[in-house]
Design a binder for this molecule. Structure first.
Ligand code: IPD
Ligand code: CA
Ligand code: CA
Length: 269
């Protein structure tokens, strides 16, 4: 069945569902949220995260019964391999923003076939911007084609990074990235990995660096960024593993290796 799979049909359904799900979230703004914490007091989850994941699972299993679903909230399948078609879904990326600000959060969907990203969709629910790509067909912001990323010098780059990674933390020596931050033109932090990756694809950020993301945080962004000629790797420049947590360095190709070599691996010291 999968060899005859109509990817355009899949893309159309996924876009329709992501917009419907966005409407459900927007309509929930006036209702009381149920907020819980997961692994730490900063790791929030709400009834809407669960409801939206369930929304996708019902539609995917009904329309594409052979497909599997890896969702952040664990309502989907227990996915241990990437064989076949796997939908990798973050129902609300940026839950803290959703709870505290009611903006700057996204629905992120990556659709993979045997481990290869075929469709990437990131829907910024409040702005209504849909970033979308099918492998080999370019990336788009709504109806507008996103151009290939132009060369950028590090001195002129604006990079997405959270202050966590340049203060004492468990994952990286904070002195490693501090000189990079001094060198670039500016830094930004939006609190939604999916939106930050979409911004790299759209050229609004020239890079995004973070030390720990799960597959549902980056599955869609990876497809989008590769379509505009950007690179998405671990911070050491290695390929991302789609069933594990990874550090993520998504960037314009013009300075990707220089950042890895100079600031992470310390090769040019
Ligand atoms: C989080 C956001 C945040 C990133 C975290 C993610 P969630 O996702 O993308 O920006 O720094 O690592 O876990 O929990 O809001 O879906
Ligand atoms: Ca997330
Ligand atoms: Ca989430």
């Amino acid at each position: 069945m999968d060899s005859a799979l109509d990817w355009n049909k899949l893309d159309t359904y996924a876009k329709q569902w992501i917009k419907e799900a966005g409407n459900i979230i927007r309509n929930s703004f006036s209702s009381q949220l149920m907020i819980q914490t997961k692994t730490s007091p900063d790791d929030l989850v709400t009834n809407m995260d669960h409801e939206i994941e369930q929304f996708f699972i019902e539609r995917i299993t009904k329309n594409f019964p052979g497909h599997r679903i890896l969702g952040e909230e664990g309502v989907g399948d227990n996915v241990q391999t990437l064989v076949g078609i796997v939908w990798i879904i973050d129902p609300i990326d940026g839950t803290m923003n959703f709870v505290h600000q009611q903006r700057n959060f996204a629905i992120s969907i990556g659709i993979y076939e045997n481990g290869v990203g075929k469709i990437g969709l990131i829907f910024d629910v409040v702005s209504g911007d849909l970033y979308h790509a099918q492998k080999g067909q370019g990336a788009f912001l709504n109806d507008v084609s996103l151009p290939k990323l132009k060369n950028v010098k590090l001195e002129e780059a604006v990079i997405g990074i959270n202050a966590t990674w340049v203060t004492e933390n468990k994952r990286i020596d904070p002195t490693k990235l501090a000189p990079l931050i001094k060198r670039v033109r500016g830094t930004r932090s939006y609190g939604s990995a999916a939106i930050e990756l979409a911004y790299v694809a759209a050229g609004r950020l020239d890079a995004y660096i973070t030390m720990r993301l799960s597959p549902w945080d980056f599955a869609a962004g990876l497809v989008l960024i590769e379509e505009v000629g950007g690179l998405v790797t671990t911070i050491e420049g290695k390929s991302l593993k789609l069933l594990e947590q990874n550090s993520v360095f998504a960037s314009n190709a013009s300075f990707h290796d220089e950042v890895v070599d100079t600031y992470v691996l310390g090769k040019n010291e």
